[in-house]
Write a protein that binds this ligand. Structure first.
Ligand code: HEC
Ligand code: HEC
Ligand code: HEC
Ligand code: HEC
Ligand code: HEC
Ligand code: HEC
Length: 286
């Protein structure tokens, strides 16, 4: 009796191990085809279900949608299944619509929302997107291509998601971040993901008489204000003061209310940036 029980236990363990092994090998296929009676599990079309296809795509990083296209057709109109994705995904582009996975229906293709739905600026996937793209204070709106590789907004471009998506956007700085305005300074901008910060960026101070060591934290809007890119970060006076000393024509007596005397195309006598197109544009306007 004892022996039989032991044999049974060994058999059970072997079966379970084999099951786990098969499970690991075919996780995505299993979920797409179970329960065996239908192509997808129940709840697949229900956004509140744990079996919801949107959740499944996220959990398995299937964002390039190649797997779905295999049965539902390259145009998502049903393929061999007769099930047209666009009957629900009615926005232009169907499931490739730029606001489905990131951004929001209010019109932004950039986060918030992030890929996982997060909308907090403290989350790396959200960060300062809005401040650079939609509600800029100091400059005109920055293009996506200033931080991400340009892919002409074509969903299937290999620079977008690729064959092995990890759900982490690649950072590739564009020409503005690398601008040189003289002084032998040629910025090589750095994105440090573990600290969530940018350094050595032209826009944030890496230029002649700028604050070359300035660090901009992607998840902290307070890390950038008047004085952090050039001038004095403590007092907020933007009067350029590299290494603590003023370089003519700038002098220690200048306040934010004097800048307009020479930079009148950019700033008013009240110290307000009046032409955002001419500030942080890669050219000194005076
Ligand atoms: C192996 C082929 C196959 C693959 C791969 C596949 N589907 Fe399907 N899908 C079907 C078939 C067949 C149907 C229609 C029959 C059904 O509802 O079970 C269907 C139906 C659906 C439905 C409607 C379900 C319902 O309950 O009405 C949705 C939504 C769907 N698929 C989404 C997806 C998504 C998203 C992917 C990619 C992650 C995907 N499918 C991958 C075969 C497939
Ligand atoms: C029965 C309606 C329905 C059908 C059919 C359907 N979807 Fe969806 N899908 C939804 C809903 C609802 C959402 C959640 C939308 C949202 O959050 O705005 C969604 C979300 C998604 C997402 C977002 C995943 C993410 O990362 O948030 C993708 C991608 C997607 N669907 C792909 C497909 C594809 C591919 C097909 C066809 C194979 C398909 N869907 C068919 C209703 C549907
Ligand atoms: C000023 C630089 C900058 C600009 C401009 C910018 N991004 Fe980003 N983007 C980032 C950073 C930094 C991250 C975080 C990368 C990481 O997680 O390592 C990111 C991440 C993302 C992600 C991934 C979100 C997630 O959930 O992880 C998407 C999607 C994205 N950006 C889309 C866009 C789009 C679309 C635009 C233009 C409309 C844009 N970005 C413009 C810097 C930028
Ligand atoms: C099915 C989901 C989905 C849709 C739809 C989608 N994206 Fe993305 N997007 C992603 C994912 C996932 C990433 C992160 C890239 C990775 O994992 O390598 C991303 C990243 C990005 C980035 C950051 C740069 C990069 O390539 O990493 C930009 C910019 C972007 N998307 C723009 C767009 C535009 C424009 C569209 C519409 C043509 C679009 N996205 C539609 C899922 C999507
Ligand atoms: C007397 C005229 C004058 C005033 C007043 C003035 N600037 Fe300038 N500024 C210049 C000139 C000229 C240049 C270009 C210098 C060069 O090419 O090296 C310049 C360049 C700059 C630069 C680029 C970095 C550099 O030093 O070359 C910044 C930043 C700047 N000014 C900010 C300010 C701010 C902020 C104020 C107000 C606090 C201000 N300036 C007041 C004349 C002035
Ligand atoms: C994000 C970094 C950043 C911040 C914050 C910033 N500046 Fe600048 N500023 C620059 C850069 C870069 C330049 C160099 C010239 C250019 O590209 O416009 C510049 C140049 C200037 C100039 C010279 C005229 C010109 O060419 O633009 C003035 C004046 C100026 N800034 C005033 C201000 C004032 C006032 C504030 C705060 C309200 C401020 N800046 C905040 C980055 C910044």
């Amino acid at each position: 009796m004892k022996n039989k029980l032991l044999l049974y236990l060994i058999f059970l363990m072997a079966a379970v191990t084999a099951g786990i092994y098969i499970g690991c090998e075919e996780t995505t296929d299993n979920l797409i085809t179970t329960p065996t009676s239908a192509a997808h599990p129940s709840g697949w079309r229900d956004s509140s279900s744990t079996n919801f296809h949107g959740k499944f795509i996220q959990d398995n990083k299937l964002w390039n949608l190649k797997k779905c296209q295999g049965c539902h057709g390259a145009d998502y109109k049903g393929g061999s299944t007769g099930m047209n994705c666009n009957t629900c995904h009615i926005e232009p582009g169907g499931p490739e619509n730029c606001m489905l996975c990131h951004g929001s229906k209010s019109g932004n293709i950039n986060p918030p929302k992030a890929l996982n739905g997060n909308t907090s600026i403290e989350y790396l996937g959200v960060g300062m997107h809005e401040f650079h793209l939609d509600t800029t204070k100091y400059s005109k709106n920055v293009e996506c291509s200033e931080c991400h590789k340009l892919f002409n907004n074509v969903f299937s471009d290999s620079n977008h998601i690729g064959n092995m998506p990890d759900g982490i956007a690649d950072i590739n700085f564009g020409s503005l971040a690398k601008t040189s305005i003289g002084g032998g300074i040629f910025p090589v901008p750095v994105w440090n993901r573990s600290s969530g910060s940018c350094s050595e960026v032209y826009c944030h101070g890496n230029f002649k008489n700028g604050n070359r060591d300035a660090i901009a934290v992607w998840t902290d809007s307070a890390s950038v204000k008047c004085g952090t890119c050039h001038g004095d970060p403590n007092t907020g006076n933007p009067n350029p003061k590299p290494n603590g000393t003023f370089v003519p024509p700038h002098s220690s007596t200048f306040t934010i209310n004097n800048c307009y005397l020479c930079h009148g195309s950019v700033i008013s006598n009240l110290g307000k940036i009046t032409n955002k197109n001419l500030h942080v544009n890669g050219i000194i306007n005076y």
